[in-house]
Design a protein around this ligand. Structure first.
Ligand SMILES: [Zn+2]
Length: 431
């Protein structure tokens, strides 16, 4: 009986059903975009979670709204409210989970449409979050609802979650839920995150990230007699010169086997997020003549599967130590801000193969396997949940994420909904 659900005519009927729900899919995505779930601070999370939860509850899902109390930013005005919905199939089996983050980054400047009006024009839905990633979440919901409408029996369970704070590290969302078993077997076996990575690509994982603050400390003195002090800015400048001459060439030359897109990110990278030395910028009037006794640099180092975090840190530490050794009176310290390790799902993992087959069937072309230059919630599923059958797959165009006039192509939402439905059937029923 269950095998019968996988014959071609069933899947084709399911695809027809998804196409017929085009207007419903667009309406759902528009409703999601109209809720300005901007993070920070984390606006409208409760309303957005309820929009998803009420809809799925009416379809027979058991719905929870776990609030990540006490996580960064959580307060009564901006509660970190997630939604997790689960529906059981016709027998025991595995569980496929779709996870979409409901937060969006602030719109910023340069929009030609209202970022929260959810304008539909020329086959596209415009708005902050349309691409990253409310269009993907809506596609996943309609994919699963269409499976239910079709009435075919399937074993196991399906879960859909809308989670918060992905854009700020996911601590109140997937990380918090993963710590409580929401992303671990036996509850969940396969996770698909509909991040915007293009409709014909499967994203296996991402590079690692290490954020740290390096501080150089010197000694304050009158600016007219700098030889009586120790300039932390000059110390930092010497460090930056050493990085420029010695470390950057090494990082540029280091290549990964991870299929990161864009290709420029297949190397180790280092960005300076901020640099500040000397007098605070908030003074009024004229600056005072002082030798800077502190200079702080925020480092954003993206690292590869082939690198260890210890090595990544050591490269910075060695240069800082050398600079300080050569400059009497100068001291340095390093403070970790955030670390996430690289993660990459095996290309032969069930969720990858299921999506590959579905993409080929729906789009008629072989999918490419990529990895992301930046991290997303997969890190928490793999590191905290210890669930490694997890990838990102969704309809948006990666380069549009966080841009003004962000949009998602409606045909891509439909195609990705078909892919998600077919992949789910294949994961639950085999085939
Ligand atoms: Zn995203």
């Amino acid at each position: 009986m269950i095998k019968a659900t996988l014959d071609g005519s069933h899947v084709e009927r399911l695809f027809t059903r998804i196409e017929a729900r085009r207007d419903d899919l667009v309406a759902l995505a528009r409703d999601l975009v109209r809720l300005p779930t901007v993070n920070p601070p984390g606006d409208a999370y409760g309303a957005c979670a309820e929009l998803v939860g009420r809809r799925l509850a009416s379809r027979g899902f058991r719905v929870e709204y776990p609030r990540a109390v006490g996580t960064p930013g959580d307060c009564d005005r901006h509660p970190r409210i997630n939604v997790v919905a689960r529906i059981e199939g016709s027998g025991t089996g595995r569980c496929v989970h779709f996870n979409g983050h409901i937060d969006v980054v602030e719109p910023g400047q340069g929009w030609t449409v209202d970022p929260f009006a959810a304008v539909v024009r020329d086959g596209r839905l415009y708005g902050r979050g349309a691409c990253d990633m409310k269009g993907g979440l809506a596609a996943a919901i309609v994919a699963v609802e269409s499976m239910l409408d079709e009435g075919m029996p399937w074993p196991g369970a399906i879960e859909i979650s809308g989670t918060v704070d992905e854009e700020s590290g996911g601590f109140g969302g997937v990380a918090w839920l993963a710590e409580r078993g929401y992303f671990s077997p036996p509850r969940v076996d396969h996770v698909i995150i509909p991040e915007p990575l293009n409709v014909d690509r499967v994203c296996l994982g991402h590079r690692g990230v290490w954020w740290a603050e390096l501080e150089m400390r010197g000694r304050v003195a009158h600016g007219s007699m700098p030889f009586l002090g120790v300039s932390a800015i000059r110390g930092m400048t010497a460090f930056l010169a050493a990085v420029e001459a010695e470390l950057y060439p090494k990082l540029d030359a280091r290549r990964t086997r991870m299929p990161v897109e864009p290709v420029g990110a297949r190397a180790s990278t280092l960005n300076y997020n901020s640099l500040h030395g000397g007098l605070s910028e908030s003074y009024a009037g004229l600056p005072s003549p002082l030798v800077a006794d502190s200079c702080r640099l925020i480092l954003d180092r993206r690292f590869l599967l082939e690198e260890t975090l210890d090595d990544v840190k050591r490269e910075i530490v060695e240069l800082a130590e050398r600079v300080v050794r050569e400059r009497p009176g100068l001291a340095w310290s390093l403070r970790d801000i955030m670390t996430f390790h690289p993660t990459m799902t095996d290309e032969m993992a069930p969720v990858v193969r299921a999506l590959d087959g579905a993409i080929l069937r729906v789009l008629g072309r072989r999918p490419s396997h990529i990895a992301s230059p930046g991290t997303y919630d997969q890190k928490h599923v793999s590191r905290i949940g210890h669930l490694h059958d997890c990838v990102a797959y969704g309809p948006g165009i990666l380069e549009l994420a966080h841009q003004p006039d962000e949009f998602v192509v409606i045909d891509d939402m439909i195609a990705s909904a078909k892919v998600m439905a077919a992949a789910t059937l294949s994961l639950l029923c085999g085939g």
